[in-house]
Design a protein around this ligand. Structure first.
Ligand code: SF4
Length: 234
């Protein structure tokens, strides 16, 4: 049976440990006492894995050694998500796959592919050396097409992912203080209708696309809430 590995780029990251702390490096500007800090999963990778109907393993934030060891499990496809600033690391990972698992096909995706008409096309999309496929935009049906599966209209949400959030000012206490908030993940749709010229989601999808009806979203949020209530330290 076809085996798929999904991952983001390997450590070390350009901003160190902050890479996994969405609140601190993306959403909090000032270093004030109310600044938040939170560890979040790579939701997009889990979202893909939940909708491929094929054995798919998600490995988040691997080291290069982790990645090489994981490749030894023998995957037919490896999907790597990356952003523009991570292109050199992506290239290294592609070469690692070619060296340690030459039969594995490489699919690259994420915000970094926005460069496909410029740098990516000339430097990266060389099937002999780097990626075999470039996923530009929505990934579920892109993967399903490659796997020979029918397109999927009804999306399965990964409802078991719970983010931990606390105050940045409390984070470095010893022993560490429990998180003050659990966070679920809900994607209501793809793209955006505002068309800001610098925005990747807007460029990918042109306009906003709803993924679920309001009723479905309500039920998804209820499921996620019940998972959060059952999780530790709530
Ligand atoms: S187009 Fe992008 S940056 Fe602009 S409002 Fe929408 S999501 Fe935000």
């Amino acid at each position: 049976m076809t085996k798929i590995l999904l991952t983001n780029v390997c450590k070390p990251y350009y901003n160190g440990d902050l890479y996994t702390d969405f609140f601190t490096y993306r959403s909090t500007i000032e270093d004030c006492i109310f600044a938040l800090s939170g560890m979040f999963s790579c939701f997009g990778l889990h979202f893909l894995a939940n909708n491929l109907d094929t054995p798919t393993k998600v490995v988040e934030f691997p080291s290069k050694d982790d990645f090489i060891n994981e490749l030894k499990e023998g995957y037919d496809f490896v999907g790597i998500s990356f952003s523009t600033i991570e292109m050199e690391r992506l290239k290294e990972m592609c070469l690692i796959v070619r060296k340690h698992s030459p039969k594995t096909k490489i699919i690259i995706g994420g915000p970094g592919v926005q460069n496909k008409y410029t740098k990516l096309k000339t430097i990266y999309f060389n099937p002999d050396r780097h990626a075999d496929y470039v996923c530009y935009g929505e990934g579920v049906n892109f993967f399903r097409k490659i796997l020979g599966l029918k397109p999927k209209n009804k999306i399965n949400y990964p409802t078991n992912l719970v983010g931990e959030t606390t105050l940045l000012s409390l984070k470095n206490f010893t022993p560490p203080l429990p998180s003050i908030m659990k966070t679920g993940y809900v994607y209501t749709g793809l793209g955006c209708n505002h068309h800001c010229i610098f925005c990747v989601p807007s460029a990918f999808f042109k306009h906003h696309i709803n993924l679920n009806s309001a009723e479905e979203l309500y039920s998804i949020i209820k499921n996620i809430h019940s998972v959060i209530l059952k999780s530790k330290n709530y």
